[in-house]
Design a binder for this molecule. Structure first.
Ligand code: FEO
Length: 178
């Protein structure tokens, strides 16, 4: 069955938002590098790669349904934040916005009776729970650290964030190898 055109357009828009997320987190990573927080930089770099994988997951899905991918323009992200807490609060609010977008896509899939898209989007529903919990957990830690004048707790969190492992998503395969 041909792909529903409303879903195709909306999923193309979502590819752009996932790539924008990747851009935003890579920008945060480079800002952390400039502040010497290399563990924070590492964590957001991994996040940027995961967001690119999210874009590719939707890209692969549209193609597997015989749809057409049309890439959109991506705006430049911010490049400076007042503090690690401000940057992670930005991450959390951005993820909450993305969750709203995924929910809108699910609602559209239900309205258009596009069961395959509905099914594919369930992965993103689960992923958003994790994304919000991850960013929210670090916001909470940074709030506690805010009252630590010595900086030792920030150093420990930086070391901890530097251990995040990037695991590529398996559906991101080159054309011809699906
Ligand atoms: Fe792909 Fe962080 O949402």
């Amino acid at each position: 069955m041909a792909m529903n055109l409303k879903l195709e357009k909306a999923l193309n828009d979502q590819i752009k938002w996932e790539l924008y997320s990747s851009y935003l987190y890579l920008s945060m990573s480079s800002w952390y590098e400039s502040t010497g927080l290399r563990g924070f930089a590492h964590w957001q770099w991994v996040q940027a790669m995961e967001e690119r994988d999210h874009a590719l997951k939707i890209y692969d899905y549209i193609i597997s349904r015989g749809g057409r991918v049309i890439l959109r323009q991506i705006d430049a992200p911010e490049s400076e934040w007042k503090s690690p807490l401000a940057a992670f609060e930005h991450s959390l609010s951005h993820e909450q916005r993305v969750t709203g977008m995924i929910n809108d896509l699910v609602n559209l899939a239900v309205k258009e009776k596009d069961h395959a898209s509905y099914n594919m989007l369930q992965w993103f529903i689960d992923e958003q729970i994790e994304e919000e919990a991850d960013a929210g957990g670090i916001v909470d830690k940074l709030k506690v650290i805010g009252s630590d004048s010595g900086g030792g707790m920030l150093y420990m969190l930086d070391r901890d964030l530097g251990t995040r492992i990037y695991t590529p998503l398996t559906p991101a395969t080159p054309p011809g190898q699906q």
